[in-house]
Design a binder for this molecule. Structure first.
Ligand code: DGT
Ligand code: CA
Ligand code: CA
Length: 583
């Protein structure tokens, strides 16, 4: 069991106790314990296996929490937590996942209006009741409504990171059986969407029935939704749906093309086929036998089915990467041989230009981060810890920042195989000024500028704020430019065309940031930014060694934006990168 599982239960207890108005020290004890558990490299499960008493040596864990950890490790849950939750209406704590909703506000809303769940909250906000509560106001109410909208949209979808872990687990299970010839991810997962509705897996097998039976006995099932010889749908515990389709190996290419989608891409393809007297389905591409009647398109001779390349080729198209298949011009480009030639891949990435260390709110030291980055094949790594404004993240003031930069460079000179760059994630203040003086910024290798507050200014003010920050000649990268969090916070209202143009003139690069539930810029905006001749930095914004590899989801999104290697500055050699960071 992951430490996170235990920590999440403790965090939930802390929230509940706070809503109940219990002693703040008890609340804090649970929160501190959770944070310590998350920050630990060692798993409590392993510690407990060797010697349960060792658990009490963890900071913030006394006898009581030790016993609770042991119960969670043993049963996967905690009776105390289950009992606490029972005191509240179902769905009550879902409200905590909304942006701007903490336990204190939750308690207030319950006490004043008897709000029990997100639907109640939405009604109250729409009726303008929330803004009347002291300390809230109209802006909060509007943000809450947009956050509710996002929540509803994403409630039935998983982040690609989560879906991928589950899919890989299932595929490993399927492979073990030796009943399958080929197994591939399909659907939105193969196209690399940020969020996944259900997991689609395509396989070929010589023993359909046996293979399906094996799939349907996957451990961890909630229920079987539908079961047949070619398609079976399962609902996993934790509510994720998985569809498995099994085809003959001879039509694997056609099936993979069909079930990869997107639907819009396939619709366009079918129209194209029809104009050539062909018909496409999951079994292959067929000639339409001309029996005289138009509406009666009888399947004729099979033209292609074995590989995706063949399927596209007989429609007069080049094969195209799944990430492009959204009917956003890829079919036209494939016809004219104008697909991107050197679409970015993870192998092109030479470093990460935005990570944190324990100097601000990171969980790992400079050395630990460097070590992991080296394992991932990075040649350089830029530490961009927070600036002073971000107090809860222990942001750096100018003196500490300079000392930190010194330290990074000293450590870098000792290390082999990787160069560490000294940078900062400097806050853009409400008026567009930066949180750190120019005289200090000029001493750094990389300056990443970011907004962490006042997300909901009017479009004109917000745009002017960013334009002003871009004017600072030491800023290299605009970090997470829209501020959105996929499941919780809408993008800021900003005039992108003006910002893109200004950034291009000032040689500021756009970030594609993959921290937590961000992909920012997203695929659509990044593609627009590319049209303004901007370059990009794909960064993990890691706060710990375990998330350095999330940079690959940024690469996936960049592929969906049609970005090529040269569009991305952290694919360049260190020497060329340094030139791109000079203004
Ligand atoms: P999702 O699951 O919402 O993240 O998105 P997808 O694209 O994985 O959609 P899904 O699971 O409904 O369908 C998987 C693929 O099957 C889809 O991308 C395209 C293909 N497909 C082809 N024709 C059809 C059709 O008529 N209906 C549906 N539902 N899918 C189709
Ligand atoms: Ca799907
Ligand atoms: Ca599906």
């Amino acid at each position: 069991m992951d430490n996170r599982t235990v920590a999440d239960i403790f965090l939930s207890i802390a929230d509940i106790l706070e809503v109940k108005g219990e002693n703040i020290f008890r609340v804090r004890a649970y929160r501190t314990a959770a944070l310590n558990l998350k920050a630990m490299a060692e798993r409590v499960e392993d510690i407990a296996k060797n010697n349960p008493d060792e658990l009490s040596k963890i900071e913030g864990i006394g006898k009581d929490l030790k016993d609770k950890i042991l119960e969670i490790l043993k049963t996967g849950r905690l009776k105390y937590h289950d009992d606490l939750i029972k005191e509240f209406p179902q769905g009550f704590f879902d409200m905590l996942s909304l942006s701007g909703m903490g336990p204190k506000r939750l308690a207030k809303l319950r006490d004043e209006f008897g709000i029990a769940n997100i639907d109640d909250l939405e009604k109250a906000a729409k009726a303008g009741k929330v803004s009347k509560i002291e300390g809230l106001g109209e802006k909060v109410e509007q943000n809450l409504l947009s956050s509710i909208e996002l929540y509803k949209k994403h409630k039935d979808r998983a982040l690609i990171q989560e879906a991928e872990v589950i899919a890989n687990h299932i595929i490993a299970y399927l492979k073990k059986s030796k009943l399958f010839t080929r197994i591939e991810k399909a659907g939105s997962l193969r196209r690399g969407l940020e969020t996944i509705g259900d997991i689609d897996i395509l396989a070929s097998s010589k023993h359909h029935d046996k293979a399906m039976g094996y799939f349907a006995s996957y451990p961890g099932l909630e229920k079987i939704i539908a079961k047949g010889p070619t398609k079976t749908s399962l609902l996993l515990k934790g509510e994720m749906q998985v569809d498995l389709r099994i085809v003959d190996d001879s039509s694997f290419g056609a099936a993979l093309q069909y079930f990869t989608g997107s639907k819009a891409h396939n619709v366009k393809l079918r129209t194209l086929a029809k104009n050539r007297g062909l018909k496409v389905n999951e079994y292959g591409v067929f000639e339409i036998s001309s029996s005289g009647k138009d509406e009666d398109e009888k399947e004729g001779k099979l033209v292609a089915s074995k590989t995706e390349e063949e399927v596209y080729e007989c429609l007069g198209l080049e094969w195209m990467p799944p990430e492009l298949r959204e009917d956003r011009g890829e079919i036209e480009a494939a016809k004219d041989s104008k697909l991107p030639r050197n679409l970015i891949t993870l192998k092109h990435i030479k470093g990460d230009l935005h990570v944190h260390s324990t100097a601000s709110d990171g969980r790992n030291s400079i050395e630990e981060m460097a070590e992991r980055a080296k394992e991932l094949g990075h040649e350089y790594l830029a530490f961009c810890d927070h600036s002073q404004l971000i107090k809860i993240a222990h942001g750096l003031d100018e003196t500490r920042l300079l000392r930190h930069a010194d330290n990074i460079r000293k450590i870098s000179s000792r290390l082999k195989g990787i160069t560490l760059l000294a940078g900062v994630e400097v806050d853009i203040l409400k008026d567009g000024k930066l949180d750190i003086a120019d005289s200090v910024l000029r001493e750094l290798d990389v300056v990443v500028a970011a907004i962490h507050s006042n997300f909901s200014l009017e479009m004109e003010e917000q745009t002017a704020r960013i334009l002003k920050a871009l004017d600072n000649k030491y800023v290299n990268i605009l970090a997470h430019p829209t501020g959105r969090l996929i499941t919780r916070r809408s993008p800021m209202e900003i005039d992108f065309e003006r910002i893109f143009k200004h950034a291009q003139e000032n040689k500021v690069h756009m970030e594609i940031n993959t921290h937590g539930d961000r992909v920012d810029l997203n695929d659509i905006l990044a593609r627009r930014a590319k049209k303004s001749d901007l370059k990009f930095s794909i960064d993990s914004d890691s706060h710990g060694v375990e998330s350095l590899e999330t940079i690959r989801y940024g690469v996936t999104s960049a592929r969906r934006a049609w970005l090529e290697k040269d569009d991305v500055i952290n694919t360049y050699s260190l020497e060329d990168l340094r030139k791109l960071l000079r203004r």
